[in-house]
Design a protein around this ligand. Structure first.
Ligand SMILES: O=C(O)CCc1cccc(O)c1
Length: 537
């Protein structure tokens, strides 16, 4: 196993020595030190908030689990100071191939154009991602990460949540203004608030085998319908770092998991696929999945994120990536509410935006699953027809669903200001910012996403210069393209990707989503959009 240095000690905290009726009080407690909880804690800490981060284990979870991290997740991690480390270790890819039997049906490129800092995807074992996040947490004194601290009681009060926490030294209590539950699919906090999951449970079983081998396959995502080595079912192949390959095989829904997981039973399946048996197993797991979400992501002062709030199938890599999008969505809002610069009502937009994103992910994931593993005779007939059509027509290829990969949602949100001008392209309000290559005034090449980080990942006006700089409201960052001291857009890609003319401006939210855009921004229009995006009206 390549997993090292991932065991952490329990340490007694002075909060545990407070006897009597006055437990320690904290602004934010994040529960669950997985990728979502760790990223959220880092984002909050970088925004100046103190965070207590609790985890019931004392180690990083075993197995490579989520392996595909999207461009959007990498851009978020760049803001947290760890994007480069993830990319350096990860396997970069953007091309996917879909096979039917032995025949290549089609291929796609998720990021065919140049001029983006980050690739469409990297593959990286989740334990590496978590280890790098834990290292980053260690650099931030504002985060108090407590291992082997398990929340066993949750008592919602008017102005705080009272938590009971079990440790190896026994239980203690603390109060939190807000609790963010990032405690995964089996969230105990979800049970504590009595919330239900709504959605679909799939009966199909999939086998994951991570195998170590040297192979010359390209770093692409390969998906097979009905491959010769696994007749009548589907298969997926991904490359990970350290010469590890992820293989997902669809199994009979009645297969016995205990038997199927035995290495002696997995080996011949993988050998049939690879045509040899020169590989070692790193990890074997069997899973069934669910496509479902909580009805409400916010329960009083307890806010749910990641798998605790919503679950999808692995196909499309929407699980971890959407959890990270939850984290970046809630962090800036909670920061503003805690500072008193936005009303508590701003948090409602977290539910509005992220539950709609969860619905989209669930819809896509359910469609992919229904296509990959048809249950009814009608679904099976449709799939057969589509697969045969795909051999002959572009139209048919577009109907094949081998798992559409995660992309950020476009939020229909009360925080956005609708376009008042006409635009032929560019990210609309509610969409995430586009990257583009630019150069600093001193000629140093950089990307727009770097400029956004430099401006402080706060509300930022991205202006395309016409000589007359707009008046910027206090506290709002500015990225100026063109004009004196502005960034240079030598290739014209920034202007093209934003459909910008001289004078155009985009108001970006602190999570890099577009709040509003203007052909000729007036101070009053920017003020109004800023107020709306801050939840002030
Ligand atoms: O390529 C995909 O659609 C997702 C690959 C993936 C991600 C997480 C787990 C897993 O078994 C496969």
């Amino acid at each position: 196993m390549a997993q090292t240095n991932t065991q952490f000690g329990y340490r007694r905290h002075p909060d545990q020595d407070r006897a009597g009726p006055n437990p320690a009080e904290h602004a934010v407690v994040v529960v669950g030190a997985g990728p979502v909880g760790l990223s959220l804690a880092i984002d909050l800490a970088q925004r100046g908030q103190s965070v207590v981060l609790l985890d019931d284990a004392d180690r990083i979870g075993e197995g490579s689990r989520a392996i595909c991290f999207s461009k959007r997740s990498l851009e978020f991690w760049d803001r947290l100071g760890i994007g480069q480390r993830m990319v350096d270790k990860g396997v970069v890819w953007s091309v996917g191939k879909i096979f039917h039997g032995e025949q290549l049906l089609y291929q796609f490129n998720l990021l065919p154009e140049q001029g983006h800092k980050r690739p469409a995807f990297i593959n990286l074992q989740q334990f590496y991602a978590e280890a790098y996040l834990v290292d980053r947490v260690g650099e931030l004194p504002a985060i108090d990460l407590r291992w082997r601290n398990k929340v066993t009681g949750l008592d919602p009060r008017n102005d705080h949540v009272a938590l009971t926490i079990q440790t190896p030294d026994g239980p203690y209590r603390l109060n939190a203004q807000y609790v963010i539950a990032c405690d995964g699919a089996r969230s105990s906090l979800r049970q504590m608030v009595g919330a239900e999951f709504e959605g679909q449970v799939f009966e199909d079983q999939f086998l994951i085998a991570d195998v170590k081998m040297t192979a010359a396959f390209p770093t692409e995502r390969w998906f097979w319908f009905d491959p010769p080595f696994h007749a009548g079912r589907s298969a997926l192949l991904h490359k990970q770092p350290d010469d590890i390959w992820r293989i997902d095989l669809q199994l009979n829904r009645f297969a016995d998991p205990a038997v199927e997981k035995l290495p002696e039973n997995v080996r011949p399946r993988i050998a049939r696929m690879l045509g040899h048996d020169k590989f070692d197993f790193e990890w074997i797991s069997l899973y069934k999945f669910q496509c479902r979400r909580m009805n409400k992501f916010i329960h009083g002062r307890v806010i749910f994120a990641g798998d605790a709030a919503h679950q999808v199938s692995p196909f499309g890599a929407r699980g971890a990536n959407s959890g990270l999008e939850d984290a970046e969505n809630i962090a800036w809002k909670l920061d503003r509410v805690l500072r008193g610069t936005s009303p508590e009502a701003l948090l409602e937009s977290y539910h509005t935006e992220r539950s709609a994103a969860a619905d989209e992910n669930i819809r896509e994931s359910t469609r992919s699953t229904d296509f990959m593993a048809p249950v009814t005779a009608q679904e099976a007939r449709l799939r057969k027809a589509v697969l045969s059509l795909a051999k002959e027509s572009e139209f048919g290829k577009r109907m094949v669903n081998g798992g559409r990969l995660s992309t950020p949602s476009i939020y229909a949100t009360p925080l956005s200001t609708a376009d008042g001008d006409s635009w032929r392209g560019g990210p609309q309000p509610g969409a995430s910012m586009q990257d583009a290559p630019v150069a600093a005034a001193n000629g140093e090449p950089m990307f727009l996403t770097d400029a956004f980080i430099k401006s402080g990942t706060r509300f930022t006006l991205l202006e395309f210069g016409n000589g007359a700089a707009a008046e910027i409201p206090e506290g709002v960052g500015v990225i100026r393209i063109g004009g004196d001291g502005g960034l240079t857009d030598a290739a014209g890609l920034a202007a093209a990707r934003y459909d910008a003319e001289p004078g155009s401006a985009y108001l970006l939210r602190p999570d890099g989503y577009v709040a509003a855009r203007f052909r000729k921004p007036s101070r009053s229009a920017v003020d109004a959009a800023l107020s709306r995006a801050s939840g002030l009206n």
